[in-house]
Ligand binder design. Sequence first.
Ligand SMILES: [Fe+2]
Length: 410
Amino acid sequence: MNLSRRSLLKQAGLLASATALPIGSLLAATDEPLPETLLPYLQNPGPDAMTVCFLAQKATGVKVAWVKDGQTKLTEVEAVGQAIPGTPWTIWKARLKGLLPGTSYRYQVRASPGDAKEKLPTYDFRTLDPRASELKVAIFNDIHNQLPTFEAALATVKPEDFEFSIFNGDMINDPSASDGAAVVFRLWNEYVRILDGSRKPIVFVRGNHEVRGSFCKTLGYLFDLPNLDPTAAEADHQWQYAFTAGPVHFVIMDTGEDDSPTTDPTSYKRPRFWEAYRRKQTAWLEKHLASPVVKNARHRVFVSHIPLHNPAGWYSIVSRDEWSRKVADAGFELMLAGHDHSWKFVPDRKEFTIGKGPETDTPTLPVLIGGGPSMKEGTLILLTADSKGLRTKMFASDGGKLLHQEQYKA
Ligand SMILES: [Fe+2]
């Protein structure tokens, strides 16, 4: 089912301002309150399941009705609501289970009161299919709330160019709890609207600017990640996860802050906390890399916000030392990263000098680093896997020029 831009804007409560203001101005329009319900969005995609998330201020008894495309018998699932501390919002999550791989479904959020009178739209989505021979993914990073850069990047691709998207960190800049974290909710709703996140899942990877700001410890409530309990203590948050989509297995790791072994231990960057946090993920990674799902995948891609190798110097030393060799030995072909703000492709097994030296590094795998957040530096990466192999194309946000393309070794 197709929805017009106008109806999406109406539901998001943005119709009046969206016609009068550039998108970037919406975040500053604090005099305009957010609507009581935001657009539903998809999380935690699987071959047999999908999570529908719905942010609402007053709705109760939220349910999600769903049906396989072409059929009429609806299944209704009760959503589980969690009040988000310090905000007027409740996140409602409904896990739709027992789905078939690579199959289209339709769903509708149903809520009362408030939304009962106004029928909410119906959206469609497609489950992942690990047996599919093809995959197309769009990867964004380092937008730092700059919606004009984000929108410009999207202008270079067509909706059929990607099945889902990956946000590879620093998309939400130092999330603030002020005014009930209004900027975070407004921004997230804009990302969902622009990317059609009600139909295509947004795979969220945490960046170092998402571990800063007064709302950072609460941010996890917005997402559904397999290992993440947002009510747990910060040190026990687990943002790392893995999934297979078509012929590609993705492993996503949380590089946390951009501290280094020489960062002042009393700095706001809390280097001792984040070193321990990264090391804690290593046991999960080792166990996961030994699992059949990794061994049997046709392609393997490692994703982290901070690069594990970077000649410009913005890289995570502990993450590199803990994970890089293990990931390469498990047959991964590519590392995707951001953080640097200047895009670059770092070839594997070629020694480089880090910054002005004297240290050197030799990457175990090719590293593709996306840029941002300025219009000049912003990029969009399209990853494709098919019978010809695993490839990436990187485009400039401004004008869509092809900046780099690469074919990876299987
Ligand atoms: Fe960053």
